[in-house]
Design a protein around this ligand. Structure first.
Ligand SMILES: [Ca+2]
Ligand SMILES: [Ca+2]
Length: 506
């Protein structure tokens, strides 16, 4: 055998693998690709100039029905981009994450032309969440009928609404920032609720006479049915452990006693005494998961049965492939990165194209957003290998130039204080030139223990909970502290590991 003459052939074969992602360039298109290599996608802007399109539902009219956080329900013709306002709900109270949120259409639409939505509204000095049914006629939504009203708060109000295969309305509520709600089955906050489509309590709910279906939830932001009638939820953790759960009848999902899996000593003690259902996936650092949809389209056959997940903090679209039964996650890929900012809702068209909405005009915009054309609804179809390689090269260049402190800051701090450290006026304090950062002992103490209640920073008062980061090792706290003190401020010395260790012991 002529070994040396075979080398160029081998190099050529290697180059083909490298350039085309594992397939012969002369082979037919549409190969099945390994999970580690995300499929390439093409993005087309279908609608712009929106204001936080919070939920999207593919209607039987082949239009996309969508809510906007300030109180509008509209529909969008995805072919022409035409938008049609169906109703503006005047009593919607929008503040931070509050407003008009989830929506579902009656499964017998248009014979039963009912649209279910939930939103927050003011009741004197209190805030309430309402579940309301509208009736569609002559291009308008009218006759609001309140089906349920529960307490709300300035945050953690969920929510999502979906209709189950057995035609029940499933309504995910947040814990309304009240730590005792989620484990209290007498409260309707921090739950997945199940009701008949007329609002009555199904006879086969786990607690007789109660809408409660599952409990121990903090703040569900995504809800969708998949194979075998499995109901998935995405859920926001606090400082750690965002979750993807499978929601089952009468189960306890742990919050606030358990975050993510039963893996800490105090969690294990709780899980030994109370049956807790652990997530099928958890994310630390957190990603702020939002809308989910289960993909059964033809355009991406590689994704059949997979869970599509949009994220706010990481501003991406993820594909979570499951096992054949849909009961565990076997891979995660990110076909759409942070190019369009925060992503909120996702729905799949009958032709298999995927629609996602941006959320850059919400209370917590990312650095560089919103753009003038925000918010947008995007259509995602198959892209080319060239698109994919260009995007990989671009993201590699970004990560290569980042220090460990900058990377950790981005993972744990930037979603509030922003990548430039300047925060959000009135909501998240700046880290530039503030006394809390200049005073190193105080700064380390805040990073370790977090903050709650009112704090004054450079003459401005903030009332925002900051989670403790004591779960990070001393080295990581020191790297974040050094990054903040030296990147956003001048002439401040670094934070050392011993600075952190001595404060942690106190
Ligand atoms: Ca949980
Ligand atoms: Ca845990």
């Amino acid at each position: 055998m002529d070994f040396f003459r075979s080398i160029p052939v081998w190099i050529a074969a290697f180059a083909a693998v490298f350039v085309t992602g594992g397939r012969d360039a002369t082979a037919p298109q549409r190969p099945v690709e390994p999970d580690s290599l995300p499929l390439s996608v093409h993005v087309h802007v279908v609608a712009s100039g929106l204001n936080v399109p919070w939920e999207m539902v593919w209607g039987p009219d082949n239009w996309i029905w969508y809510t906007e956080q300030s109180g509008s329900i509209s529909r969008l013709n995805p072919k022409t981009g035409e938008k049609q306002l169906l109703v503006k709900i005047d009593e919607v109270y929008r503040h931070r994450s509050l407003g008009l949120l989830g929506m579902a259409l009656h499964p017998d639409f248009p014979r039963k032309p009912y649209v279910y939505v939930d939103y927050t509204c003011k009741k004197d000095s209190a805030i309430a969440t309402k579940l309301v049914r509208f009736t569609y006629r002559q291009n308008r939504l009218a006759d609001p009928l309140t089906m349920l009203e529960i307490p709300a708060h300035t945050g953690h109000n969920g929510s999502r609404i979906v209709i189950s295969p057995d035609r029940k309305l499933m309504f995910a509520t947040g814990d309304a920032v009240t730590i005792t709600n989620a484990q209290n089955t007498g409260s309707l906050n921090g739950k997945v609720l199940r009701m008949n489509l007329d609002g009555s309590v199904p006879a086969d709910n786990p607690i007789k006479g109660s809408l409660v279906w599952s409990w121990g939830h903090r703040n569900i932001q995504g809800l969708a049915y998949g194979r075998n009638g499995i109901l998935y939820s995405s859920e926001h953790g606090d400082a750690v452990e965002d979750e993807l759960n499978i929601i089952r009848n009468g189960r306890n999902y742990g919050w606030p006693k358990v975050e993510g899996f039963c893996d800490q000593p105090n969690e294990k003690a709780f899980c030994d005494s109370v049956k807790v259902t652990e997530p099928v996936k958890a994310w630390t650092p957190t990603i702020a998961p939002a809308g989910i949809a289960v993909y059964e389209g033809r355009l991406f056959p590689e994704w059949k049965g997979a869970i599509l997940l949009t994220t706010l903090k990481e501003a991406d679209l993820r594909v979570l492939k499951t096992d054949a039964k849909g009961e565990s996650i076997v891979s995660e890929s990110i076909p759409l990165d942070a190019s369009y900012g925060r992503l909120r809702a996702v729905c799949v068209a009958p032709d298999g194209s995927i629609y996602v909405s941006t959320s850059n005009r919400d209370w917590n915009p990312g650095s560089g957003f919103p753009k003038p054309e925000d918010d947008r609804i995007l259509r995602i179809t198959r892209g080319t290998q060239a698109d994919l390689l260009a995007r990989k090269a671009q993201s590699q260049a970004v990560t290569d130039n980042v220090s460990n402190g900058a990377r950790l800051y981005r993972q744990y701090c930037a979603s509030c204080h922003k990548p430039d450290g300047k925060g959000v006026a009135g909501t998240f304090p700046t880290l530039h030139g503030t006394q809390q950062v200049k005073d190193k002992d105080q700064f380390v103490q805040i990073m370790l223990n977090g903050l709650s209640g009112k704090i004054t920073v450079q003459g401005e008062e903030f009332d925002q909970h900051m989670p403790a980061m004591s779960f990070l090792p001393d080295e990581s706290i020191a790297e974040i502290g050094t990054y903040v003190r030296q990147s956003f401020n001048q002439d401040l010395d670094p934070v050392s590991v011993s600075d952190v260790a001595k404060t942690r012991i106190k």
